[in-house]
Write a new protein. Structure first.
Length: 353
């Protein structure tokens, strides 16, 4: 039995194609949620939903508390489930705990989206360290790009390294037919900016400063502009956008995946500190500004498909160029794969199990 572990909404989205491929081939599997995020429903019609959901940590639990809670729950279930392999994806607490619990149970670990590095251990925190630790525990590292694979080779990780593409491209291929504008959300007046900001390094000051830039753009741009800020469920991340109203900044609650794709497709300019949203924007051929000091997805920057900048003056000018219709970034849809990563990942599983 293959155990697929997800803890957050992005993991559910990126692992759903793998679970669907296991299902298509008739391979026995279980899709388990650690409860780190509340994820019970499939991210789009026809996608995979968790088969079992553990009682997750309470909101506001510290990082050590999250780790201890999820580890205790997973470690208790491993002897009952008796998986022949465990699949984890990305860089969250659930990913590290899932890999650790499997390793301690003597079960092979396959790490999806392995090898991404920012080059700064504390940026993003704690995700950069988590991803590096999982690479040391994995039996198979499924790198989304050749750059990620080369990074793993340079680090001399003990497990097998294979380039599969990123499952985000699979998810987009499957979910795009279901993309729908958010229910009850008014359409933009004039041009549209889509923004998200949730990383720990941007809590507080970083988010407030980005909001200031977005307000200035909405006030000063030569044509009407509507800014949609999709906020994170964590109030520490969303507070700078919800505490003060602006007539052209619309605060949007967390959205189902098809609705986020509709927002991405409509936006004239996108600014985000989310790695997953940047991948989706680039894959859709959209222009995106990454509001961070570093990125673990440097391929998109090197290809010219995204701009990386934390200088707020630069962010203002990049977004203005996007609104003007100038190519601050150039469309480059194939950066993260061809939409068939899940098939290669399951091929690897079958070779090793």
């Amino acid at each position: 039995m293959i155990l697929v572990i997800a803890g957050t909404r992005p993991e559910l989205i990126k692992l759903s194609p793998v679970v669907l491929e296991l299902r298509r081939r008739g391979i026995e599997h279980m899709f388990a949620s650690t409860g780190q995020h509340s994820i019970a429903e499939p991210p789009w019609p026809g996608a995979a939903a968790p088969d079992t959901i553990l009682a997750g940590p309470k909101q506001g639990t510290s990082l050590p508390g999250q780790f201890a809670h999820i580890f205790s729950a997973l470690a208790a279930k491993m002897p009952c489930w008796k998986p022949s392999a465990v699949v984890v994806q990305g860089d969250t607490t659930s990913v590290l705990v899932g890999a650790q619990a499997a390793f301690m149970a003597g079960v092979p670990v396959l790490h999806v989206e392995a090898g991404l590095r920012s080059g700064r251990l504390y940026d993003p925190y704690p995700e950069e360290a988590y991803r590096q630790l999982v690479s040391k525990l994995a039996t198979v590292n499924c790198a989304p790009t050749l750059r990620a694979a080369r990074t793993l080779m340079h680090e001399k990780v003990p497990g097998r390294i294979t380039v599969t593409g990123n499952t985000v491209t699979d998810s987009l291929r499957l979910a795009l037919p279901h993309a729908t504008w958010p229910i009850g959300l008014p359409g933009p007046e004039g041009k549209m900016i889509l923004a998200t900001c949730h990383r720990r390094e941007n809590w507080g000051k970083g988010a407030r400063e980005l909001r200031s830039v977005l307000a200035s753009l909405a006030d000063e741009y030569q044509e009407p502009v509507t800014v949609y800020v999709v906020v994170h469920p964590n109030p520490l991340a969303s507070a700078p956008f919800t505490e003060e109203a602006h007539p052209r900044i619309i605060v949007v609650p967390p959205q189902p995946y098809p609705s986020m794709l509709a927002l991405l497709q409509r936006a004239n300019a996108i600014v985000t500190d989310s790695g997953g949203l940047m991948e989706e924007a680039v894959t859709l051929g959209r222009q995106v500004c990454i509001y961070r000091r570093t990125t673990e997805r440097q391929e998109a920057v090197e290809a010219g498909a995204a701009r990386l900048d934390e200088n707020l003056g630069n962010v203002y000018h990049i977004l203005t160029a996007m609104l003007d219709g100038h190519h601050a970034c150039r469309p480059c849809r194939g950066v993260f794969g061809d939409g068939h990563a899940a098939e290669r990942i399951v091929d690897e599983l079958m070779e090793w199990v």
